[in-house]
Design a protein around this ligand. Structure first.
Ligand SMILES: [Zn+2]
Length: 186
């Protein structure tokens, strides 16, 4: 009887350890499990109160997205980052920019010359801090992303200066793999 009990414990330990080792070692993937509105497929508008956002978002993302904060220049991992893929809104999962529209502006923030579609972002006049700027917000959840200026490269001549904190990058290959897994060839 005692032996069986010990065997059971050993078995339980083995199962626990096996499941541990199967967890992906890369913890860089952003954790959206506490965020019920985050979706890369749902395009329905999201309107939550700031009290609700506060419960869902990390303090860093909340400050930029909901309090129109600005991250320190040259602090974003996406500032000098050239991987091929898609940039999503880190707040709601809305697709915002494609990597092939990203360029090195030298301004200290990830910069793009064009959003992924007309409705992916929305604009508002921003006259704060004695400047006349155009604010860029997520077209799905209205989170603050950054500003757009008219000193960008061709073909648009625009420079979308975006806080990396509110961007969530997905490599093209990862997207492809996910697509293949969801649509297995028969
Ligand atoms: Zn969003």
């Amino acid at each position: 009887m005692k032996t069986a009990y010990i065997l059971l414990i050993v078995a339980a330990l083995y199962v626990t350890c096996t499941s541990c080792s199967q967890q992906p070692p890369n913890t860089q993937i952003m954790n959206h499990t506490n965020n019920p509105v985050f979706s890369k497929t749902d395009t329905g508008k999201v309107a939550l109160s700031n009290d609700e956002w506060k419960k869902i978002l990390s303090p860093e993302v909340y400050h930029i997205a909901r309090e129109k904060g600005t991250e320190r220049p040259y602090s974003s991992k996406y500032e000098e980052f050239n991987d091929i893929g898609t940039y999503y809104c880190a707040v709601c999962g809305n697709a915002l920019f494609r990597s092939d529209t990203k360029f090195e502006s030298g301004c200290g923030w990830p910069s793009f010359y064009e959003p992924i579609s007309k409705s992916s972002v929305i604009y508002e006049a921003d006259n704060s801090y004695g400047m006349r700027r155009t604010e860029v917000m997520c077209g799905r959840c209205k989170s603050h992303l950054g500003h757009v200026f008219d000193d960008g490269p061709k073909p648009t001549g625009l420079r979308y200066c975006i806080n990396g904190v509110v961007l969530d990058f997905e490599k093209a290959k990862e997207a492809e793999k996910k697509y293949d897994a969801e649509h297995p060839q028969s």
